[in-house]
Ligand binder design. Structure first.
Ligand SMILES: Nc1nc2c(ncn2[C@@H]2O[C@H](COP(=O)(O)OP(=O)(O)O)[C@@H](O)[C@H]2O)c(=O)[nH]1
Ligand SMILES: [Mg+2]
Length: 217
């Protein structure tokens, strides 16, 4: 498995870089999803479940961004998906230039779906367009239903909210309706999928959405 280090991009406009990358990937028939959440919410576990369920029908590649470790990329690779570990030189987010470099370092032959597991953080990643076609964020049930009030930008920037670890609902106080209402107030177009990556509950709906957004190459 390959590990690369990327540095902050020095170009004048991250937004222009992001638009260019989005367009180039579209022309190649590669759909890029940017997956964001706080550390430990369940990004790698959700990705593992998606790869296991979808790998027979969709060619998936994963970029694992982390400040410094290889554990996530090794886990993804063991499931049979293409994977690259990206170290961010201490930075808490990925920008479009960093994402481009990561994709260029990967073998993307025949890849239909590329997923960037962004650095675990609910603040910085929301501030940088990575060039992804869709932004997906995870909120895990144990984190609490008040997170939309504390980190509104991430909820505003996301196309999809996955509320994960719903198998733990008996152990945590989490008002699902109140949470959805807070999220929809920030972003009326966001799609919300409650799931458990552990039991598989709710995964069908999320996987259906992924099939719908794939760019047909
Ligand atoms: N009960 C439960 N635990 C989960 C679920 N998804 C992830 N976890 C656990 O949450 C912890 C962090 O998960 P991980 O995928 O590494 O989070 P990441 O840091 O966002 O990539 C691990 O102990 C997982 O087993 C879930 O749906 N249900
Ligand atoms: Mg992870």
């Amino acid at each position: 498995m390959k590990t690369i280090t990327v540095n902050r991009s020095v170009t004048a406009s991250n937004d222009l870089d992001a638009d260019a990358l989005r367009q180039e990937l579209k022309e190649k028939g590669i759909t890029l999803i940017n997956l964001m959440s706080s550390p430990g919410s369940g990004k790698t576990t959700l990705l593992s479940r998606l790869i296991t369920d979808l790998k027979s029908e969709i060619n998936i590649a994963v970029m694992e961004a982390d400040i410094d470790s290889n554990v996530d990329a090794l886990k993804i690779e063991s499931l049979g998906a293409k994977s690259i570990q990206v170290h961010t030189s201490g930075m808490c987010h990925m920008d479009a230039g960093m994402t481009r470099k990561s994709i260029e370092e990967m073998d993307t032959e025949n890849v239909e779906l590329a997923i960037l597991e962004n650095v675990g953080n609910l603040i910085c990643p929301a501030e940088f367009d990575t060039g992804a076609h869709k932004n997906v964020m995870i909120l895990s049930l144990p984190e609490g239903d008040d997170k939309p009030l504390k980190y509104p930008l991430m909820f505003e920037k996301s196309d999809v909210l996955v509320i994960t670890k719903i198998d733990t609902k008996d152990y945590f106080k989490f008002d699902m309706d109140a949470c959805k209402e807070r999220v929809l107030k920030l972003n009326e177009d966001i799609k919300i999928f409650p799931v458990s990556a552990k039991t598989g509950e709710g995964m069908d709906a999320l996987e259906g959405w992924i099939r719908e957004i794939l760019i047909k190459g």
